[in-house]
Design a protein around this ligand. Structure first.
Ligand code: PLP
Length: 389
């Protein structure tokens, strides 16, 4: 039988596509009694389940002919208007027509990379960075190089000697490091995009999850003609809805809409109506406030436990993740932790193949960390430096 890489009839890009290292790790290891701090899953107690169920009942009663029918490729107009309004309140001057609804922000990302990326064109990706972006860029057959992220933020000196077509960044509560870019870094990257003519793809999945309620101004507000923002309701409402969006310059809309038609026809009508019905009858800002306080408490609890075990970390200010420095190689620590029933993701999972870098950090999702005796026991067995080394 042919090896997979030479199997006749299959597209080389599909064969070469890297699998998600995080999903593979979590699928292999999760189980009863595991302390799962691996995936960036929101806490289910925060899902607005009751309000969603009332919204669904109203839709089935009053709107079923529309809510269960086909809809437009661009998405539900009132939902697009709601999103545009929120972005404008954060300082990004955007029209409703510039918003396209997608089935989550991963779908938004793969749609954008299909439109902007071509074989052998250069894309810069934060390293360490979100593996889903690497997959989307690989599917578009782009050449990927690193935009290094260190304690000071992005190393923008790489832009002095490379000419990317696209730069993908998460300026707020980055996955995996949890860090936020400073105002001057954001301005500097936006200025480079305008001057050099590349597109900045700003992944804003965690943008509203700052513990202090800071409504961060999107980076692309400073380069709107070269900026695309990707957003999601996954972390703020619930991921099962599969609702995200793209905010793009008007001239990119025709190819984006055609790509959405070709790949999915349209976003789910029911999910969109459900979200809109919910957002009309529910105090989203109060919900966000509850969510931020809840996650801040969990982040503080997990940070304290890690420090008690002698691990160092920067206190998170939002998002879902702690980025913990490990005394031994992070992949060895993660392996040992998994054997002790604690799932985490080592730094190496956030690097593109062939791009080398340190392996001294673990990503721990604090979103589902319950600070009880059992969790503390697991953490101590898994991460105490004396047990790992
Ligand atoms: C940075 C980043 N972008 C996109 C996604 C995908 O989110 P969605 O559920 O909206 O597809 C995730 C999921 O964890 C993420 O961390």
């Amino acid at each position: 039988m042919d090896a997979p890489s030479t199997r006749a009839g299959l597209a080389p890009r599909a064969i070469a596509l890297p699998a998600s290292p995080i999903r593979a790790l979590l699928n292999a290891r999760s189980g009863e009694g595991t302390l799962d701090l691996g995936g960036g899953h929101p806490e289910p107690r925060l899902f607005p389940a009751e309000a969603l169920s009332q919204a669904a009942a109203r839709l089935f009663h009053d709107e079923r002919a529309i809510a269960l029918q086909y809809g437009s490729t661009e998405g539900l107009h009132p939902l697009r208007a709601w999103i545009a309004d929120r972005l404008r309140r954060r300082g990004f001057d955007v029209l409703t027509e510039q918003i396209l609804i997608t089935q989550g922000s991963q779908h938004a990302l793969s749609t954008v990379t299909q439109v902007l990326g071509s074989p052998n064109q250069l894309a810069l990706l934060e390293q360490p960075g979100y593996p889903g972006a690497l997959q989307a860029l690989a599917l578009a057959e782009c050449n990927v190089d690193a935009l290094p992220v260190n304690d000071e933020g992005w190393d923008l000196t790489v832009l002095a000697h490379s000419t990317p077509n696209l730069v993908y960044v998460i300026p707020h509560y980055q996955n995996p490091t949890g860090r936020c870019a400073t105002h001057s870094q954001k301005q500097a990257l936006a200025a480079c995009a305008s001057q050099q003519g590349f597109f900045v793809v700003e992944d804003d999945v965690y943008g509203e999850l700052g513990f202090d309620g800071n409504n961060h101004r999107p980076l692309i507000a400073d380069c709107p003609e070269r900026g695309i923002l990707l957003g999601s309701f996954s972390k703020t409402l619930c991921p099962g809805l599969r609702l995200g969006y793209i905010a793009a310059p008007l001239e990119l809309l025709p190819p984006l809409v055609k790509t959405l038609q070709a790949t999915a026809l349209q976003p789910g009508t029911f999910a969109q109506h459900l979200a809109m019905e919910l957002l009309t009858h529910f105090d989203y800002d109060a919900h966000l406030q509850r969510l931020r306080q809840f996650y801040q408490q969990r982040a503080q609890a997990l940070s304290s436990r890690c420090r008690e075990l002698g691990l160092s970390l920067t206190s998170p200010e939002g998002g879902l993740f702690l980025w913990v420095t490990t005394p031994a190689a992070a992949s060895v620590t993660a392996q040992h932790a998994a054997e002790q029933g604690l799932l985490s993701v080592p730094e190496s999972a956030f690097r593109a193949p062939g791009l080398h870098g340190p392996d001294r950090h673990l990503r721990l999702a604090f979103s589902r960390y319950k600070d009880n005796a059992e969790s503390r026991r697991k953490l101590s067995h898994a991460l105490d430096a004396r047990n790992v080394l």
